[in-house]
Design a protein around this ligand. Structure first.
Ligand code: SDX
Length: 440
């Protein structure tokens, strides 16, 4: 695989920027991408032209080089290290995808066995952490617990904090992927007032998580293969997604050389927002608020009303402007799970499909290219599987930890470490004198 260069050289094609006021001009190199748009290297713009670029929300800005995930928003394509999300969702499993994201290649049988053994080694958490949970109110949102507990891991695992020691970076990466299900299940059990369930390394990653979530000491727990397969597919579909808000948060935190646990805690905080990973919880709340398909048109009208802050949760995406390939896989998975379970959530699923049908026939959604995203169907499956709405984003965080860790490692292994430090377009006061209180 040809690796694009960081640096521009004389042979690079260029664009010329001419300042029509001063007639100053600059040649900006075009750096090639392997897939998707090439990039214009503006790193010398401020030095040579005394201008900043301006791109709130980074809609047209590449923040880094990455070889992990490629998204084509127009064609609805999502590749992880070159493999399509559709193939991985149907033929792989979550831990294999986690290995692929971190190492760049699908594991051999021996490599997979070694990886599984490493993950199994770290599924438990320091027993002292249990008292940490007791500091939360029972009605704490589980994402609040996740942010706190994951950030606190740096207070326990001192032998995996040094980001300049690649062995410690690897150890922290394994601990994070391995412990997230345990920490997440403990957050749920704590809010339920039920005893924590220790991991069982005889089970697969997803089976283990379901058991830690739903088993109780009073009765035997038998994993349901349909549910564990559906959950594993949900984890695969949420594993990584290029430079989204939470991944960019992890990278920015990591650029200051913060320890890996603090970086992932920052990513969890960012993912919590309803415009991002919190949307799956918001979709269920919205569907329950709509209640019946007769009310759909009222909510569609509200979503289109500029004076109404209401948005159709689970619709739209910064990058996908055709369809989110993950939503299509999840729609099929939702149908399988609800059919298998004969779930009471069937009416909610039918309401969601009717909402999707009506929205996709509406000019507003067609013109603005608003399609169901990954969060639109995931919540329905999770609710049918018995997860409370408040746990939906927690599951997103469990899965996305594989992506956050792979992106963080990619950044840590960059030959040149630069702290992320965006500039601004200053629109405030110029210098002015202090005014004493009596004269204000
Ligand atoms: C995730 O980035 C990632 O990769 C994220 C993610 C991942 O895997 O990491 O894919 C996960 O975050 C999925 C998105 C989950 N969020 C939601 O479902 C919340 C609802 N969606 C919107 O908030 C919105 O669509 C965003 C935030 C997802 C994307 O917003 P953009 O790209 O910044 O676009 P925008 O807010 O500027 O909207 C463009 C127009 C606006 O209208 P105009 O001002 O141009 O007239 O579309 C409208 C918006 O009002 N619009 C919507 C809408 N989303 C956008 N109108 C109604 N309902 C919506 N959902």
């Amino acid at each position: 695989m040809a690796t694009p260069t960081h640096t521009s050289d004389d042979a690079s094609p260029t664009v010329t920027l001419i300042d029509n006021q001063s007639q100053k001009r600059i040649e900006l190199a075009i750096l090639p991408s392997n897939e998707g748009p090439d990039v214009i290297d503006v790193r010398n713009l401020y030095r040579d032209m005394n201008y900043f670029t301006y791109d709130p929300g980074f809609t047209s800005t590449a923040s880094c080089d990455s070889a992990i995930t490629f998204i084509d928003g127009e064609k609805g394509i999502l590749l992880h290290r070159g493999y399509s999300i559709e193939e991985l969702a149907s033929r792989s499993d979550f831990l294999e995808v986690a290995y692929l994201l971190i190492q760049g290649e699908l594991p051999s049988k021996k490599q997979r066995q070694k990886f599984d053994a490493e993950i199994q080694l770290h599924t438990m958490v320091d027993e002292q952490l249990i008292s940490f949970y007791n500091g939360f109110r029972r009605d704490a949102h589980p994402m609040a617990i996740m942010v706190g507990v994951v950030g606190a891991l740096s207070a326990f695992y001192h032998d995996s904090l040094d980001i300049k020691d690649l062995a410690q970076c690897h150890l922290a990466s394994m601990r994070l992927i391995s412990k997230m299900p345990t920490i997440a299940a403990m957050a749920y059990k704590y809010t339920m007032g039920q005893p924590f369930v220790y991991p069982d390394n005889e089970l697969t990653y997803s089976e283990n998580f379901l058991r830690m979530m739903f088993s109780v000491p009073a009765q035997e727990y038998v994993p349901n293969p349909v549910l564990s397969r559906a959950l594993d597919r949900i984890f695969i579909l949420h594993a990584d997604h290029e430079q989204n808000a939470s991944t960019s948060t992890v990278r920015l935190a990591g650029s200051s050389q913060a320890n890996p646990f603090a970086c992932i805690a920052a990513g969890i905080a960012s993912l919590w927002g309803p415009a991002h990973g919190g949307a799956n919880e918001a979709v269920l709340n919205m569907l329950n608020e709509i209640g019946h398909k007769d009310n759909i048109h009222e909510f569609i009208a509200r979503a289109k009303d500029k004076n109404d802050p209401f948005r159709l949760m689970g619709f739209g995406h910064r990058v996908y402007k055709n369809h989110d390939p993950r939503a299509q896989v999840l729609r099929e998975s939702a149908h399988e799970v609800l059919t298998e379970l004969g779930s009471t959530e069937q009416p909610l699923f039918e309401l969601a499909m009717e909402l999707e049908r009506i929205a996709l026939e509406d000019d507003y959604f067609i013109e603005k290219k608003l399609f169901p995203n990954v969060d639109f169907y995931s919540g329905i499956i999770l609710k049918a599987m018995g997860f409370p709405t408040s746990m939906f984003t927690v599951l997103f965080a469990v899965a996305r930890t594989a992506g956050w860790v792979s992106q963080w490692n990619e950044m840590i292994n960059e030959p040149v470490h630069k702290i992320g430090r965006p500039r601004q377009r200053y629109i405030g006061y110029g210098l002015r004198e202090y005014v004493p209180t009596e004269k204000r």
